[in-house]
Design a protein around this ligand. Structure first.
Ligand code: BGC
Length: 611
């Protein structure tokens, strides 16, 4: 834990003494920008505001964000006899770059970065992301996600670095350091999420139940937090999921006793989005459970008025103690002091405000490098790769020229780039190929019908998933698993419409296999590049293609894919998740199916990747 976090304890003591109950309670609230005006933030002493996925001010330009943050800040810092001035802090999900904002550099999602497994690169990505965040007047990102995903059915697998805790443990430190730096003008607060066991839920159900022993939880899911806390992460977000049927949001042992007690975490524990609502149907009761479990700041999407009222009643009734309230307030003030918010000028006047580093070439170069380093080569028969720049390449597949599929969820919109919108400054894979291979031809319908042995030496087919986030990305054959889990979880569960019913790509997206078949039938060999947030069962696609590349969700820099396909750089990544040949099966058959390509597998132009 950073020494700077505790550097202002005397000042904080003095502030707390001057704060009214209302002002203290206000510091515990983080609400969504659409639910609160600058005037209300000042009047009700709201401590923090966030952008939920897909929520942006004005036309979503950098200057719109700065103007919004300036207005919130000015409102909270206007001298008033009614309160002490406490600067607002604004939070976003900058999980692969400052991904809510038009024109941001979009880095690969964590699954690709886990395959790259390059701590120095992670530090540079986090630093670039911090600067783009600061350019918009924002100070806090809800990242990194250090979930250890255990089941590809989970819709958030792409937010995870790998299936074992080692990779996340090695990468989280550089990310936290890159974001927070020396806690000066170049810093934003990091948030480790989701505490804890989010990646271990049964059947990969988002927000479900992780039923494991303490030792298993500790070893598999808590381990990366140790490195993140060691690096000085200023905040931790609680998981929607449950541990052995008990919701993490109400889990006093996990939050207060273990995280804050045993691990000595002195920063802010923030709830997830309305996360306490699932503890009880009775809202005051849910708040009391959450606060008494150890949550300090409550992400309340809209209900902040009700929250403030209920908290006052809970304090008056002694259900929540002043000591707990003061502790929560203290932690929020520590965060603000650690970031220097009490001393910094207003957002519009800060060092990086409106900086031209936002979406700059320099940042895009880092992202392009990350793409190059994240691609995993699974098959290269007849040395079909690297491609020759002068070859007659047919570029087909629905994702060859599709920035939404390239970026995945949490990009501009919560569920990904709204379909008709582009992403300013980005490059699709087709655009990157076109720029350097003069004889390449684009299959306009994407279906490969133009394939012709006399006209094409090779086809590049870009296939895979379409964007999703959170529970909308879950895959399940039917609802039995959800019903079973839901019936065992204490409290309520939010269950979303799943992405599909099977991990077989041919079932999820039959158009991909059809496209490959059409081309192969014409005698043109195929290199398949798959964009996906998880390994999928691709047995038929893999059999038909001579080359197969897992490109994950590479983000805005499609040129990184072209760099490697043309051999300017070699493949260097290897799987951080084992890749299955089939979804079902039992016993030994299941074990074998789960390991078509074991974690650690990856080819290079010279052979297998070796560490
Ligand atoms: C997600 C969090 C995210 C929050 C705020 C929730 O739905 O689970 O990861 O930080 O929304 O957008």
């Amino acid at each position: 834990m950073s020494a700077k976090l505790f550097a202002n304890e005397d000042t904080i003591d003095a502030l707390i003494v001057q704060m009214s109950i209302q002002q203290k309670i206000g510091q515990l609230v983080q609400t969504e920008r659409m639910a609160v005006s600058a005037e209300e933030v000042a009047q009700y002493h709201i401590g923090s505001v966030l952008s939920g996925g897909g929520s942006w001010p004005g036309d979503n330009r950098v200057e719109d964000w700065v103007a919004m943050n300036e207005a919130y800040w000015q409102a909270t810092m206007k001298p008033s006899a009614a309160r002490v001035n406490i600067p607002i802090i604004y939070g976003v999900d900058a999980v692969h770059g400052h991904n809510n904002v038009q024109g941001a550099t979009i880095f690969p999602h964590n699954i690709g970065l886990g395959a790259a497994n390059d701590p120095d690169l992670m530090h540079r990505i986090a630093q670039a992301t911090a600067r783009e965040i600061l350019a918009t007047g924002v100070d806090w990102t809800f990242a990194p996600t250090i979930a250890v995903a255990k089941d590809a059915h989970w819709g958030r697998m792409y937010e995870s670095y790998g299936e074992t805790p080692e990779i996340a443990s090695g990468l989280v430190g550089p990310v936290v350091q890159g974001l927070q730096g020396a806690l000066d003008d170049d810093s934003v607060a990091a948030c480790l999420k989701h505490w804890v066991g989010d990646g271990g839920t049964r059947a990969g159900i988002d927000q479900g139940d992780t039923s494991v022993t303490w030792d298993e939880l500790n070893e598999a899911h808590i381990t990366p937090y140790l490195a993140g806390l060691q690096a000085g992460a200023l905040s931790v977000m609680v998981s929607f999921s449950s541990w052995n049927r008990r919701k993490c949001h109400g889990h006093r042992f996990l939050i207060t006793d273990y995280l804050k007690g045993t691990l000595g975490f002195g920063g802010v524990v923030i709830s997830d989005w309305d996360g306490i609502d699932y503890l009880s149907k009775d809202y005051p009761e849910a708040i009391a459970q959450g606060l008494n479990a150890g949550i300090d700041v409550f992400m309340v999407s809209e209900n902040w008025r009700e929250f403030l009222r209920a908290m006052e009643d809970l304090i008056a009734a002694g259900v929540v103690s002043m000591t707990r309230l003061d502790d929560a307030v203290r932690r929020m003030l520590r965060l603000k002091f650690a970031l220097g918010l009490f001393h910094k000028p207003s957002p519009a006047l800060r060092k990086w405000s409106n900086s031209s580093c936002f979406g700059s070439d320099a940042h895009r170069q880092v992202a392009r490098e990350a793409v190059r380093k994240s691609l995993v080569l699974l098959k290269n028969s007849n040395s079909i790769l690297p491609l020759n720049r002068s070859a007659r390449i047919l570029v087909a597949g629905k994702s060859a020229h599709n920035i939404a599929n390239q970026c995945g969820g949490f990009t501009i919109g919560w569920q990904g780039v709204p379909s008709q919108d582009g992403l300013i400054g980005s490059t699709t894979i087709w655009e990157a190929i076109k720029a350097c291979a003069p004889n390449a031809q684009f299959s306009h319908a994407g279906l490969g019908q133009e394939a012709n042995q006399d006209l094409h030496d090779v086809a590049l087919v870009v296939i895979g998933e379409t964007p999703y986030a959170e529970g909308f990305g879950d895959i399940r054959a039917n609802d039995n698993a959800v019903i079973e889990t839901g019936s065992q979880v204490q409290g309520l569960m939010k269950v979303l419409q799943p992405y599909g019913q099977s991990l077989h790509l041919a079932q999820l997206h039959p158009e991909d296999l059809a496209c490959i078949k059409t081309i192969v039938a014409q005698g043109v060999p195929v290199v398949a590049v798959m964009l996906s947030g998880r390994p999928l069962v691709v047995t038929p696609e893999l059999a038909l293609a001579d080359g197969f590349v897992a490109a994950w969700l590479p983000g805005s820099e499609g040129a990184g894919v072209a760099d490697v396909l043309f051999g300017d750089a070699d493949f260097s990544a290897c799987l951080s998740f084992s890749w299955m040949s089939d979804e079902a099966g039992t016993g030994q058959a299941r074990v074998e199916a789960a390991n078509l390509f074991p974690a650690g597998y990856g080819l290079t132009y010279a052979g297998e990747v070796t560490d």
